[in-house]
Design a protein around this ligand. Sequence first.
Ligand code: UT7
Length: 322
Amino acid sequence: MIHARISGTGSYLPGEPVSNSDLIALHGLESSDEWIVERTGIRCRHLAPDGVGSSDLAFEASRRALQAAGRSAGEIDLVIVATSTPDYVFPSTAALLQHKLGITNGAPAFDVQAVCSGFVYALTIAEKFIRSGSHKCALVVGAEVFSRILDWKDRGTCVLFGDGAGAVVLEASGEPGLLATALHADGSQHGILSVPGQLCGGVATGDPFLRMDGQAVFKFAVKVLADVAHEVLATAGMTAAQVDWLIPHQANVRILQATAKKLHMAPEKCIITVDHHGNTSSASIPLALDESVRAGRIQPGQHLLLEGVGGGFTWGATLLRF
Ligand code: UT7
């Protein structure tokens, strides 16, 4: 039986961290470090400089993941990038990344658009390719420059997000890796988190910025993150007590803590990195994963529960042995 296992992780945050106080001063926001920390747990975020796009961040994260996996770019036979802030309308960020990495073997490359659930969606898609036997070594990336779609006058959203990328190499293996996956969407909730603008004649028309009903998103997120965690645990015949690390989408510390509590998991088993990079949408799960692997917290053989939730609404989870 062919399994799919993560063999290497990498991540990248552009530039220097921008603190809450610096952001408030930069944009003249009526806000405070205390408010942002208390309501979100976020202390700083990274913002990509002008001219740096998602494919550039994806490139840096991918280089690190390839190095960790001991793989060369030429061994990658599938490239999937989860992003809602692609470099262009098309070609895909994955195609640009494939070129930047020097992959010339014709490996398929495409983007997945599921907003903050994007990485879990992309990982699940890559798993299906690998388990089918058609592909052996996938590069799965979450990369975002959300700073480009923020309204810097809207203090309810602009303090929450940041830029970054995370990547994993997912390989065919005789040993179990990904144990259970689940993906869901409910398009009736599209209005609570969206960028409702359109492109017409090369110009963004309508509203090109992120709009959100924060409280509705909060409630929806906590509910579906608990539900989908139970779903993958049941599929794998495991309990939450057997999970070593919970790695939810890094949106807000209060959402993460509420999710761990609903699952009756100790708060210290929940990986939290949102404090120093804010909400990086599809990049947040692989970023949190990579930082924890490099810090020596996550060890080979441990069980991880990755969970995403985001605009659409979309949500999903992956239970895996690392
Ligand atoms: O990937 C998913 C992305 N989305 C999320 O993770 C968002 C989930 N939602 C949340 O995290 C929270 O709803 C927020 C952090 C966005 C807001 O926290 P809240 O506790 O739900 O606050 P609120 O929206 O009820 O606002 C309370 C007050 C309001 O003032 P009034 O009407 O009581 O006078 C807001 O205008 O806080 C005000 N406020 C702010 N004050 C200072 C909103 N943003 C700010 C701010 N600084 N940045």
